[in-house]
Design a protein around this ligand. Sequence first.
Ligand code: GMT
Length: 379
Amino acid sequence: MQRMLKIGIVCYPTYGGSGVVATELGKALADQGHEIHFITYSQPVRLGAAHKRIRYHEVNVSDYPLFFYPPYESVLASKMVDVVKYENLDLLHVHYAIPHASAAITAKMVLAQEGIYLPVITTLHGTDITLLGKDASFEPVISFAINQSDAVSAVSQSLKNDTYKLFGINQEIEVIPNFLNAEHQTAPSSNELRSEYALPEEKVIVHMSNFRPVKRIIDVIEIFERVHHAIPSKLILLGDGPERTRAEQKCRELGINDLVTFVGNLKQPQELLGIGDLFMLPSESESFGLAALEAMAAGLPVISTNTGGLPEVNRHGVTGMMSDVGDVEDMAKNCIYLLSDEKRLIKFKDQARKRAEDFSLEKILPLYEKLYQTVLERV
Ligand code: GMT
């Protein structure tokens, strides 16, 4: 019989793929019978309703006049030590290298002094490697934290390759892809909701992200500007972030603001994804592309770039189409190709939905549980 574990999960609680994956993983593990302790600075957005096997431990950094930079990493490590000791955790699973993996390694060393062995599992999500990895000021600490972890996973083969390329790693890295939660697997689409955003003869194009520069939101708008002349359509933008104002200005400048809805952040985006016909993700870099997977599960073919882990999710000519980063002409051409032929669009929608099943919770969850068991068997 499988042993039920007490697991600490550390993640960014905000909107963003790594926090979503960590939270959904914790919820799924709790459903399996494990006891989950989230350790973060605020309640993870996807945590939702209370669960009898989920606890949440908030990390509070006190405001002290001497601090120019609040010492979050030290407080986080101390909190980890406290929760591991007093809740008798079996292991810590940290998502994102900086500062979670490095704080976990500090906690591990503190606990070792007291004779407590703390296994640390680190999951790499993307920009902790692809963007921060290029910044020499982080490199020694990221390499150390990865090498000192008891097990490391990356969300795609591409991210695994980048990690070996950018850091001095002597650790085995296991690829465990992103997965879909139960709501995404069952979300129905609604004609009534669709009619609030578009006329029956219009197509609905959707983009969802945290509007960071890496998402190239201006490309989304430039592509849509080309598409709507050929295909009557509307653009729905889900999410929020630093590029939103620039994106709004761009829509006004192009005179398409009536065709574009900025919805903002949604805790449960699947209902709106479900009314779409096509999803756009023209990212500069993307280690996996959870948003694309969530869209595919809702039956939206994906027009994306061919960067990072995207080709491991989106199949060119099957579940969507891919282009080089910045090639807005090609992406607009691909959108028109898919939207202009109803039979072709339906075929792509079915294929996208089918491909998303490869990343179901049932398929991916056991990979994490196996990783935990492997680490614990070494004790
Ligand atoms: O994409 C973001 O900006 C958020 C970022 C994060 O770290 O939360 O997402 C990363 O992790 C996701 C979950 O593993 C991946 O699906 C995203 O592709 C990845 N983002 C990038 O690589 C830019």
